[in-house]
Design a protein around this ligand. Structure first.
Ligand SMILES: [Zn+2]
Ligand SMILES: [Zn+2]
Length: 332
């Protein structure tokens, strides 16, 4: 099989021929039809996260079908449409796993991070952690839901949005364009925040009630009464400290972009206003099913640009430059 492999930090991925894996007990072999490119993949490739070692096949937004099933796989059969998210596997019996927080399991593995991922023609996966994809969702539109969609869905849920609340979506990219749609479904007033006029226009088309293109959004948001929720997928940590004072009393700032760096906050923006800063990462298998169900009903939709596996490095560069509308997806 063909796979795109990261060997060296900040270097282009190499397309190479590898033996197609055989599924063992409890495993399936997924024929990958679409693999989304997440900003986390760049952190892995560029060496921003110290504990991730290379070589590695990245990719944790994987959609395809079951090519082969190993022994002891009863609930999936050849041909079933399935995908793999960030959570590749976990022990299944610790407190975190039982509570649906397998990402916090001490034995947790991450697709395309601690094990090889979806930038390849085939992916070996534990059948219990593969999630079925409804037939009405094209593979390329399903893939981004496995990280981008799930991450913003859980992140928004973590902030408990109430109808009518002002929700600021900071960054209109792979995560942000889906966050706008979920915030809209939650009955909130959705304000997109971006630096580009083109993205602001797109945000309005996707469903934002307002789109702000300003260098100093804090005073503008304060004039509006402040933000009840800010959902930030922007990867610059200095932006967090800059934007935090735009929260209304009891506002919630949800941080989803994990870049290196330190966040500086004024305690007077936290304590007297009873605001909170919430960290959130992906979500569990149940939430992923909920996201996929919403997509199957046509209530949310990922906008994608498609690239053959051979163009992985061009696609990664476009993601680096922030030029993708809105998710780049490889079609191995
Ligand atoms: Zn991701
Ligand atoms: Zn566990």
């Amino acid at each position: 099989m063909k796979a795109a492999v990261a060997y060296k930090h900040k270097a282009p991925l190499r397309i190479e021929e590898r033996p197609t894996p055989e599924p063992g007990p409890g495993q399936i072999l997924i024929r990958v039809k679409a693999a989304g490119i997440c900003h986390s993949d760049l952190h892995i490739i560029d060496g921003d996260w110290e504990d991730v070692t290379l070589p590695r096949v990245p990719g944790h937004e994987v959609a395809g079908y079951v090519e082969a099933a190993g022994p002891q796989v009863a609930h999936l059969k050849v041909g079933d449409r399935v995908g793999m998210p960030w959570n590749y596997s976990a022990c299944g019996h610790c407190d975190a796993c039982i509570e649906g927080e397998e990402g916090l399991c001490p034995d947790h593995e991450s697709t395309g991070v601690t094990v090889d991922g979806g930038y390849a023609e085939y992916l070996l996966a534990p059948a219990d952690y593969a999630t079925p994809i409804p037939v009405t969702i094209p593979y390329e539109e399903a893939a981004p839901l496995f990280c981008a969609g799930l991450t913003v869905y859980r992140g928004l849920k973590a902030a408990s949005p109430k109808p009518g609340e002002r929700v600021v979506i900071h960054g209109v990219g792979g995560l942000g364009h889906l966050a706008i749609q979920f915030a809209r479904l939650a009955g909130t007033h959705v304000i997109a925040l971006t630096r580009s006029a083109e993205k602001a226009k797109a945000a309005l088309e996707i469903g934002a009630h307002e789109a702000l293109i300003i260098d100093d959004p804090v005073s503008t948001l304060r004039e509006l009464g402040g933000a009840d929720i800010i959902l930030s997928s922007v990867i610059s940590q200095s932006e967090v400290g800059r934007l935090f004072p735009a929260l209304a009393d009891r506002g919630r700032f949800v941080l989803l972009g994990a870049a290196p760096g330190t966040i500086t906050l004024d305690p007077f923006d936290l304590i007297p206003k009873r605001t909170s800063l919430i960290g959130s990462a992906v979500g569990n298998r149940k939430e992923l099913r909920e996201v996929l169900a919403l997509a199957a009903q046509g209530r949310i939709r990922a906008r994608v640009e498609m690239y053959p596996l051979e163009q992985v490095n061009e696609a990664l560069d476009r993601v680096r430059q922030g030029n993708v509308r809105f998710r780049a997806v490889l079609t191995p």
